[in-house]
Design a protein around this ligand. Structure first.
Ligand SMILES: Cc1cc2nc3c(=O)[nH]c(=O)nc-3n(C[C@H](O)[C@H](O)[C@H](O)COP(=O)(O)OP(=O)(O)OC[C@H]3O[C@@H](n4cnc5c(N)ncnc54)[C@H](O)[C@@H]3O)c2cc1C
Length: 391
């Protein structure tokens, strides 16, 4: 029974059709395509454009702006299936999931007109920068500051690990503005076009084998027009959370896709490789960890589905807990599955030819980003269980 068949009861016909169609596209590109573009230091432009043309990248963007009018449920199906085929598009976590969602929900009419049709048809891409070198997991500590200068905004600060800034037309930067009444700094989102003077980037040398690169950013008096501020200055936190839940759900989809891909490769190998009388998959020492991986992936998918359903129903608070749990469960399932998959292949698990070893690094991404395993355990300890805080 394929994954698609098993979703028949919990997914609508449209969602099943989307899943099947994306899986077909993913298979056409597959792991070989991904490996080749990484080796050539190229970008997955062909897959990105084709996925966009077929309406997959814009599936969650409102129809009036050229999107499919669906939700994060549909968008996560797209990313999961591309990942399961071995060719995930990391920028989907950022461009359509965070940036388009925030602009669609809170942007001005002009921002919606300017960005959403392009984000939907893939002709525009937007990165997202919140992490700072001196704040890390403590995003309350970010210091990128926006001050008013006449009608303009002037941004100063630093960001780190921001993905895809080189290929993105703009980056949605999380900064702070000073509250005139209280003097305290409140979060605000700014759209910073890539070539804006003062917006410097340098690539971080990562061990990760992926086409999307990470950058350190320096914002040195970056002057922006008044309309670079997304939506309302007083609703910054609300806007931010509107983007962060989709980011977590999409990171879960990224991890589930990768885990499914690794498990598929391992199971196939375990059925074929024979060194005693029967294939190695007959030994329970190999079969049981693969079965466990399958169970844990399915559980993570279920939580991902719950989080996406809550989010799409407009329950931001409920979605918050579920999105955190889904991201946690998916990342842990992914790390464990990849580890077992590599082991299942014996020496071949470490060869370039089989291409699984590089997933050991890649599978860790979802454990640390966009919010680390420990910060999710902190969230659940404090918010869900009401336990006291240590920090
Ligand atoms: C491949 C990749 C892509 C990324 N893309 C982006 C992007 O596009 N945009 C963006 O803004 N950011 C991005 N990030 C950054 C990512 O979100 C951060 O790395 C993450 O939030 C953790 O921050 P940090 O690296 O500073 O770790 P730190 O905050 O320094 O944490 C280090 C360790 O300490 C632990 N820790 C910290 N505080 C606590 C605590 N209170 N209790 C228990 N443990 C704690 C953490 O869990 C972690 O294990 C990316 C990161 C990677 C690796």
């Amino acid at each position: 029974m394929s994954t698609t068949d098993k979703n028949a009861v919990i997914e609508t016909e449209e969602q099943q059709a989307l899943r099947a169609a994306v899986a077909t596209l993913g298979k056409r590109y597959g792991r070989d395509y991904f490996t080749r573009i990484v080796a050539e230091e190229a970008h997955p432009d062909a897959l990105w454009s084709e996925a966009a043309k077929l309406g997959y990248l814009g599936v969650s963007i409102p129809e009036e702006y050229g999107g499919g009018g669906g939700g994060i449920t549909e968008l996560s199906i797209v990313l999961e299936e591309l990942g399961a085929a071995g060719s995930p598009l990391l920028m989907m976590v950022v461009s359509p999931a965070i940036c388009a969602t925030v602009i669609a929900r809170f942007g001005t009419d002009a921002q919606k007109q300017q960005w959403l049709p392009g984000l939907a048809d893939g002709s525009l891409t937007m990165a997202f920068g919140i992490t700072e070198p001196d704040a890390g997991s403590n995003s309350h500590r970010i210091t990128t500051t926006a001050r008013r200068d006449g009608h303009d905004w002037v941004l100063t600060g630093r960001k780190v690990f921001v993905s895809g800034v080189d290929i993105a037309d703009a980056t949605l930067i999380v900064g702070r503005t000073e509250d005139a009444r209280t003097g305290s700094l409140k979060p605000c989102l700014f759209i910073v076009p890539r070539e804006t003077p003062g917006f410097g980037r340098s690539q971080i040398d990562m061990e990760l084998q992926a086409p999307e690169k990470q950058f350190e950013l320096v914002l040195d008096d970056v002057r922006l027009p008044a309309d670079a501020l997304v939506g309302d200055e007083d609703a910054g936190l609300l806007q931010l959370f509107a983007g962060l839940n989709p980011e977590r759900i999409m990171t879960a989809a990224f991890a589930v896709g990768m885990a499914r891909y690794a498990l598929g490769r391992a199971v196939q190998y375990a059925k074929e490789r024979t060194v005693w009388k029967s294939p190695i998959g007959a030994h329970q020492a190999l079969a049981h960890p693969l079965a466990q991986a399958h169970i844990e992936i399915e559980l993570a998918r279920l939580m991902m589905r719950k989080a996406a359903t809550l989010y799409d129903a407009g329950d931001d608070m409920g979605a918050g807990e579920a999105a955190n749990m889904a991201k946690y469960a998916a990342a842990e399932a992914c790390v464990k599955t990849v580890d077992q998959a590599v082991h299942t292949l014996g020496g071949n698990g470490l060869t370039r030819e089989y291409g699984l070893a590089s997933l050991i690094v890649a599978s860790r991404v979802a454990r640390i980003a966009p919010v680390s395993r420990e910060m999710i355990l902190n969230f659940v300890s404090h918010q869900s269980l009401g336990l006291p805080k240590s920090y």
